[in-house]
Design a protein around this ligand. Sequence first.
Ligand code: ADP
Ligand code: MG
Length: 671
Amino acid sequence: MKISDPVKSLKGVGDKTALMFEKIKVMTIEDLLRLAPRNYLSFDEPVDIDETVVGNRVAIRASVQTYVDVKKIRKLTLVSCMVSDGTGSVKLVWFNSPFLKQVFHIGQSFIFVGNLSVRGNLLVMEHPEYYTEKQYEELKSTLQPIYPLTTGLSNKVVTKAVKSALPMLDEIEDKIPENVRDTFELMPLKEAINGVHFPKSFDDMLMCRDRIVFDEFFYFLVHMRLIRERTVKAKNQYIMDEHKWTDDFINNLPFSLTVGQYKAVCEILKDIKGDTVMNRLIQGDVGSGKTVVAEIALLTAVNNGFQAAFMAPTEVLAMQHYESLIKDFEKYAITVELLTGSTKLSKKREIYERLENGEIDIIVGTHALIQEKVQYNKLALVITDEQHRFGVRQRELLSKKGSEPHVLVMSATPIPRTLAIIMYGDLDISVIKDMPASRKPIKNCVVGPKYRPTAYKFMKEQIDMGHQIYIICPMVEAGENMEAENVTEYAESLNGIFPDTVNIEFLHGKMTPENKNSIMESFSKGQIDILVSTTVVEVGINNPNATVMMIENAEKFGLAQLHQLRGRVGRGDAQSYCIMLCSSDNDSSRERLDILNKANDGFFIANEDLKLRGPGDFFGVRQSGEMLFKLGDIYNNAEVLKRANDAVIFLERHDYPLKDLVEDDQKGIQL
Ligand code: ADP
Ligand code: MG
């Protein structure tokens, strides 16, 4: 058996399981070994019932007080009993497990582990795990991995497969140069991978993860260094000094540019007529108006007789940009086309041809723009929106489509300057610090589930005023399929609450791109009043008429992500609102949300977030998804990022050929 063999070759993994593994992108044994748990279960010392916190996973040591009650409700068997530890009582509930009647007898004591909730005046624990004192003693102080799963693939199966793959770890090759490993005192890769799956302790797990994160950052930074070497000094082959349309466009905008926008535009215009090629990042908070800056650059390129490409991370956003360009550039003689994964084959062929012969001036699209078949005629400017959703590699692939075109990337990621210099070392940075003057700051509130009816009433008033609403649905951890179901159900339940005149639609990741686009289109045309959605609306979507954003289970999101979601409202002149529904009594969740409640400034939020996060906060809250690192998070792992950066500089000083470190498809590293 080799480490590159398919997972199927492991004992106990059959064809069916292998297919499931494929869904979570585990094809080979190495993939499996590099699959990182998304969380760990810990078995802590049980706490007194009167000290438990609702919403948290807790362990209690309690004795059974009542006979086990078995009820049948339609197809469901409900098993319940009361337990107590002298400081309080909890009602335990299980579904479809009638055999438990034989397990629990009055007076017996167990350790119960589960999530506590409140029903009426009862504390309830649904589907608790139960252990005898002896069993629990053995588990205590271990961390059990919880893997990313998919329907049909249980944690038990994955854990077992990982265990049987562990002996193959010896075959994993550590590609970090030895002098870096020594100087930076890196833990051996094998030990780290082993410890990420089955850590000896919480601290051990963090240390092991740091090693993996180091590798991710290291390769990312090496790659960026290589790009910089190549591009920074590249000669400008596309001098753009014709500004007729540019000036006309700016003068006829329905608003005047903010100071930040204006400065960014000046910097771009200066870059593109300079001696060397432009490599610039526009960093500006959500809603600061980056798109119009991109439009000005695109227009200038075409005005100078060149082609330009505009890439967005999602089809929905690409579509939105395409439509804005068509509308905004109507009076200029410009041909704009849209190319995405769902563009019809015949249309694609036609677009390829017209791109190559130069008939198309601006192409807007997704990753489809960097497909092999796409050939440009005189590509002089490439722009990527929401750059943090791509990777350097995709940015580079797009720019390789031309011969050293100008590069403009846009991001709302509020990263501190020191980190920005590392992450975007190859770019000059323009920061848009101000918001359009006509904007009113978003009004925020953090509330409990009891507030929901009031929130719905408030929404109805906003709808009557002609405004539109986003509701971000509770997250489902179990898998994407359930997420879709969840959104659908939520939307249906709203239909019973709002009158028929209110048009409610839903959006989730599993819908076809055509469906998503048509929903987004009707939403932006004002035909949908309430859009119930997963986080697919997170990036870039612009509907200035939407004034309310309600986020269910707000405590489960990272602050950066919440800030992005909230950024979908407050994009027009009307007063906007963000309602964060928090279903946990946990003080630290409340404290985190409170930061958002008080501030609308992304930079401030990111900084506060960083201060509040302790090493224990890695899990439970979904990370922001910045930069597409698998494990690394530039905020949480800022120290590791700096070390990785030092390591790359160290290699450069020793004249190490960085090129040798980057293969085309680095395993487990997203570039
Ligand atoms: P983001 O920076 O998040 O990409 P957008 O470019 O989508 O923001 O702009 C958000 C909204 O603000 C759009 O509706 C846009 O037309 C509007 N906008 C942009 N610049 C200005 C400005 N200077 N004054 C008023 N509104 C503006
Ligand atoms: Mg945008």
